[in-house]
Design a binder for this molecule. Structure first.
Ligand code: UDP
Length: 239
């Protein structure tokens, strides 16, 4: 049976694409809306750590297709995520929430370095911790990093928000009109059916370490707050 959705501490993954409002760069009004939803949950007492993607700036694999060296392109991708972190930090602070950004590539003038035990202290004090620069390593995705960070800081769940899809389906909803959204699914089934909403490395890290994941769409009104509060939205993926 799926575990209850009751969270003291969560790791929220936000897609970078959404931050750009469909374009390259940052759309401040979009980020403001996301920040205010997160602030609502923080005021309820949920400890929130965040990983943000960088798809609104660069994706390493795409730059590689256009002729760039993959590892250098991946570093560009990681640097892009940091700009999203700073934008979210700004709007969270404006919403009255204390924040710290920690990056996996050190840049002391801009953010703290990633220090897991320090991140945990920030969370205990009610600060939101935003993790930037992915894992600091090429060939990783921010989905995988979300699972890793969640495990290292002792989060109760990973909340994977997605844009354009509101959960895990039993087949691809873009090609199969009869695809059904699942309320819950085991990691084994999600991996077996190759349901690609979340990358397989993230699924298997969570599976091996008994960490539940909620996959949900960030577009609906208040969805991020609802996810953080443990309401039954999206799909619960569990061991
Ligand atoms: N990236 C990386 N290592 C990491 C995390 C990210 O190399 O640990 C790079 C990779 O090139 C990726 C880009 O950063 O394409 C942006 O991250 P991602 O594609 O996961 O962002 P999202 O799709 O969630 O916006």
């Amino acid at each position: 049976t799926p575990p209850a959705r009751r969270y003291q501490r969560v790791l929220l993954k936000l897609s970078g694409e959404v931050f750009g409002g469909g374009k390259i760069g940052v759309a401040p009004e979009v980020v403001r809306g996301i920040a205010s939803q997160i602030a609502d949950a923080v005021r309820d007492g949920v400890e929130v750590a965040i990983v943000i993607g960088g798809g609104n700036f660069f994706r390493g694999a795409q730059l590689q297709e256009q002729g760039m060296d993959r590892t250098r392109a991946d570093y560009m991708g990681m640097l892009g995520t940091v700009m999203n972190c700073l934008a979210l930090q700004d709007f969270l602070e404006k919403a009255g929430v204390d924040t710290r950004v920690q990056t996996a590539i050190t840049m002391g003038q801009v953010a703290e370095p990633y220090i897991p035990r320090r991140a945990i202290r920030h969370l205990e004090k009610g600060r939101v911790v935003i993790f930037g620069a992915g894992a600091g390593m090429p060939f990783f995705s921010t989905d995988t990093v979300s699972a890793q960070r969640a495990l290292e800081i002792g989060a109760d769940a990973v909340l994977m928000s997605k844009s354009g899809v509101d959960g895990v389906y039993d087949s691809d909803p873009r090609t199969n009109p009869d695809a059904r959204k699942l309320d819950s699914v085991t990691y084994d089934d999600a991996l077996r059916h190759d349901l690609k909403v979340v990358d397989a490395a993230a699924f298997s890290l969570c599976k091996d370490n008994d960490l539940p994941m909620v996959v949900f769409g960030m577009e609906g009104e208040g969805n991020i707050t609802r996810g953080l509060r443990g309401e039954a939205i999206g799909t619960l993926v569990h061991p």
